[in-house]
Design a protein around this ligand. Structure first.
Ligand SMILES: [Zn+2]
Length: 330
């Protein structure tokens, strides 16, 4: 049985495996510019965040119906469960779907078909986090939040993702204020490709409770000290950082330095279909390549539950934490 863990940084659209992409393309009569799944996998050699995003948005066009979104989420939850995930806080990008004529109802109702039954079917509790695309306008983000209003009983929080550089968090001050007023939790990608100042801005201007990625905080010692002191969780995604060339190799990843600095780190898979592994694979890879010992892995698993938005289910959190504490890491 794998180490129990929560996954807090996972884009559901980034779990679209080539096989499912072709299956949905056939079902929906969408043609993909790749001969087969092998040719598509060959396209997964990215040079930076933008080159990944281009393919990510291209492949998304196969997602059209509620059933497609349900199948996508169900496939992720089955894989996650097999790798020890007990709780998943799942990002989705509604603007990418609304822009191509797929409605908010289709997306949320479809995802919920899988998420709403996940605990019984896979033993994975779930939360849904609506992400705004930071390379779209602030007005578009506000309109998206508005479109999501009928679904807020199924949406726990809001996030901020997509191309970071040139799109500082402050651009989204208004929509994050509106989300807070609606009682939504707040997170944001910051300090992945963007500078450490974006991390500070996400905390101070957007009021986020977690930073997604955040590894560039290491360039600012005062910021590192603050993140440690305030116990701000970082949702790190080492395999993503390697694939998107944020770090050269996994051996160069600053995870050990971040842990040594006393930061509340968690491990996550980001877009696992594109980045070569799910969250259990990520734990295995950092253990092997970065030489993290069992207690460090236990700390990462414990942090994932502590940093999760499980305030409405403290019983589950306590049970998972007890399992992590008792787990035999050899
Ligand atoms: Zn991400």
């Amino acid at each position: 049985m794998p180490l129990p863990k929560a996954e807090l940084h996972l884009h559901i659209e980034g779990t679209l495996e080539p096989e499912l992409a072709f299956e949905l393309a056939a079902r929906n009569d969408v043609s993909l510019p790749y001969a087969d799944t092998e040719a598509l996998r060959d396209a997964y050699r990215f040079t930076d965040l933008q080159s990944f995003l281009n393919l990510y948005y291209e492949l998304m066009t196969v997602l059209r119906t509620e059933r497609d979104f349900a199948d996508l989420a169900d496939a992720y939850l089955a894989r996650a469960a097999a790798q020890g995930v007990r709780h998943a806080e799942i990002f989705f990008d509604p603007q990418a779907h609304l822009a191509r004529g797929v409605g908010m109802d289709t997306v949320v109702d479809g995802l919920w078909r899988a998420l709403g039954t996940s605990r019984e079917r896979h033993g994975v509790s779930t939360r849904l986090i609506l992400c705004f695309l930071r390379d779209e306008s602030a007005e578009s983000a506000l309109a998206t939040l508005d479109a999501a209003r009928p679904h807020l009983d199924r949406i726990t929080g809001v996030g901020l993702d997509s191309a970071e550089v040139g799109h500082p968090p402050a651009k989204f001050r208004e929509v994050f204020e509106a989300a807070a007023a609606l009682g939504l939790r707040r997170v944001a990608h910051a300090g992945e490709e963007g500078p450490p100042e974006y991390i500070t801005e996400a905390l101070d201007v957007l009021g986020v409770e977690r930073i997604d990625h955040g590894l560039r905080c290491l360039e600012d010692p005062a910021l590192v000290e603050r993140l440690a002191r305030e116990r701000i969780p970082l949702t790190l995604c080492p395999l993503s950082n390697v694939r998107l060339r944020t770090v050269d190799t996994l051996a160069d990843h600053p995870l050990p330095a971040l842990l040594d600095a006393g930061l509340m780190c968690t491990l996550n898979s980001d877009d696992p279909a594109y980045f070569g592994g799910y969250v259990g694979d990520t734990f295995d890879a950092v253990r092997e390549v970065l030489g993290l010992d069992g207690e460090r892995l236990r700390e990462l698993a414990r942090n994932s539950f502590l940093a999760s938005f499980l305030e409405d289910d403290e019983e589950l959190r306590a049970r998972c934490l007890a399992e992590v504490a008792a787990y035999d890491l050899g």
